[in-house]
Design a protein around this ligand. Structure first.
Ligand SMILES: Cc1ncc(COP(=O)(O)O)c(C=O)c1O
Length: 394
């Protein structure tokens, strides 16, 4: 049978994650891999999880293995509402934030509609947007707020000239994947004001928000304009990604559509996982564990920054993330991180070329480095090696 004739038109817009392709090519445990975005397995509180699962089964019995409400179990919705200071009617539990992104796009976007985003942006979001045949427009960050605003205004005018509609702006304001950078309060206010003025929504994706290693917390974009922003959160980086749990906070009219959409997607988020997460949150175990994770990641980030200072050749620049799991390296103009990749892999170091994160095709001379997954020993050896082979190329 010719399967190609059977597939939907949407399938033509799917694209494979280059990060997962890297995973297929090599055994990442056998090399120095700054490529993935995995949390450190050392942050998974296995004993406490084992104990909590036993407590949940004792407390809920068969209910923990039954279907449940599409919005999520009340215990977890309440715990999330309380933690983030929002009414429970505004909380929908998701099967993690990747589903949150996908379901928002499915509910809001028609083929050809415009989604604005930063350039670079999160690859999994770009995959989802493309799969719904959205027209993705990227805007580069600019430290000068007037110029940054002007770049957005210019893009908004261009979209209108093209006779198109902006459905939403997708932003990762806290310790962005891939750059590690955050939006200042002023920048958040500026973008929210644009959304209100030009009548589009903002999808604020913030899975790294609670992994802050320095500086003060900055208010969420949601808190600045609760009716214009859909806030997405996740347990993946603060608890364990294997639970596949997250949340969406939004106006009840938007949540109602997400709710109906989720009925056809997965009926309900995983029930046992939700009860375990609810117990973890309300007992304080999550915060206890999070403190340890933050200390571990801060140590790894500090180490990576000092190694870059010590070893990187002249002309290489990098971001200084105040939290999260990534930093972004920029090499001099003319360097091509995609081409350099085979040489790097042959030497035993993996990274993700920054170009893949740029919806506008820019960023050829950039690469993303993850610092959460490898041991400090491997980070040390990996950066020395990467610096050595970069030196031969620059
Ligand atoms: C910015 C961002 N959003 C969403 C996700 C998806 O995370 P999850 O579906 O595990 O919550 C990731 C994962 O790396 C991410 O970096």
């Amino acid at each position: 049978m010719k399967y190609t004739e059977k597939f939907s038109e949407d399938v033509g817009s799917f694209f494979r994650s280059p990060v997962r392709e890297i995973f297929k090519r090599v055994d990442l445990n056998a090399i120095y891999s700054f490529a993935g975005g995995y949390p450190s397995a050392d942050t998974f509180p296995l004993e406490a999880i084992q104990q909590t699962i036993a407590e949940v089964i004792a407390k809920y019995g068969a209910k923990a293995f039954q279907y449940g409400a599409t919005q999520g179990v009340p215990e977890l919705r309440d715990a999330v509402a309380k933690r983030y200071g929002v009414p429970v009617e505004r909380v929908q539990i998701t099967s993690s934030s990747q589903q949150g992104i996908d379901v928002c796009t499915r509910v809001l976007v028609n083929p050809g509609d415009v989604i604005l985003t930063s350039s670079p942006s999160y690859l999994g979001a770009l995959q989802s947007f493309r799969s719904y045949r959205a027209d993705i427009r990227g805007v580069a960050h600019n430290d000068n707020i007037e110029e940054f605003q002007a770049a957005y205004e210019q893009m908004i005018a261009q979209v209108s000239e093209d006779g198109k509609k902006i459905k939403f702006l997708y932003m990762i304001p806290d310790f962005q994947n891939p750059s590690g950078e955050s939006l200042t309060l002023e920048e958040r206010k500026m973008l929210v004001a644009l959304a209100e003025k030009y009548d589009f929504l903002i999808v604020e994706d913030s899975p790294y928000r609670e992994l802050r290693y320095e500086g003060e917390h900055i208010p969420t974009m949601y808190s600045l304009s609760p009716d214009h922003v859909i806030h997405l959160g996740s347990f993946s980086k603060i608890f364990a990604p294997g639970f596949r749990l997250g949340w969406a906070i939004a106006h009840p009219d938007i949540l109602d559509k997400i709710y109906v959409c989720k009925q056809s997607l997965d009926l309900c988020p995983p029930i046992l996982d939700q009860y375990v997460a609810a117990e973890f949150l309300s007992s304080g175990r999550l915060d206890e564990n999070l403190k340890k994770s933050v200390a571990l990641y801060k140590g790894k980030r500090d180490l990576l920054l000092s190694l870059l200072n010590e070893h990187m050749p002249q002309g290489v620049k990098w971001t200084h993330p105040e939290g999260g799991l990534f930093l972004f390296l920029t090499m001099p103009e003319g360097f091509e991180a995609v081409k350099f990749y085979d040489k790097s892999l042959d030497a035993g170091v993996a990274y993700v070329a920054g170009e893949f994160f740029h919806p506008d095709g820019n960023g050829k001379n950039t690469m993303r480095l993850n610092f959460s997954f490898m041991t400090e020993e491997k980070i040390r050896a990996g950066i020395k090696l990467l610096a050595e082979i970069l030196q031969t190329e620059l």
